[in-house]
Write a protein of this length. Structure first.
Length: 138
């Protein structure tokens, strides 16, 4: 199944960390925790700097996956989304601002300053176009 359900989108709207893995050729994937946003269109997007290792690897091989799990205080539940990616030069700063508001208390001056730094830096959006969605709940 390659579509995110309404229930998936509700789960993915929570401020949870996703673990992004990109294809790395002969090396095993190196998952990294990331902020993410599942869109109403069913894609999953993150923001990052244009010169990061994940972007360099995705330019060589655009396959990626993200796994999002419920916190340990809840019953077991996770969703995995895998598919090809696109690297978009528009919308990354808007995404960063939305996600910062979701994950941080922006009334905290330190966090507000960190967001300003993110918005001053060049960013791109990595968009995962799902080919496979796997979910588990217990």
């Amino acid at each position: 199944m390659s579509d995110l359900t309404a229930e998936d989108l509700e789960f993915l709207a929570r401020p949870l960390h996703g673990f992004l893995s990109v294809a790395a050729g002969p090396q095993p994937p190196q998952p990294r925790p990331v902020w993410f946003e599942a869109t109403p269109e069913g894609t999953v997007q993150i923001f990052t700097g244009p010169d990061t290792l994940k972007v360099k690897r995705l330019r060589r091989d655009p396959r990626a996956s993200i796994v999002v799990a419920a916190p340990v205080s809840e019953r077991e539940r996770w969703i995995s989304v895998a598919g090809p990616t696109t690297i978009e030069t528009d919308g990354a700063h808007d995404l960063a601002a939305r996600l910062a508001a979701r994950y941080w208390d922006l009334d905290d001056p330190r966090r507000a300053a960190e967001l300003a730094e993110l918005l001053d830096a060049e960013q791109v959006r990595i968009v995962i176009h799902p080919e496979a969605v796997t979910r588990y709940s217990y």
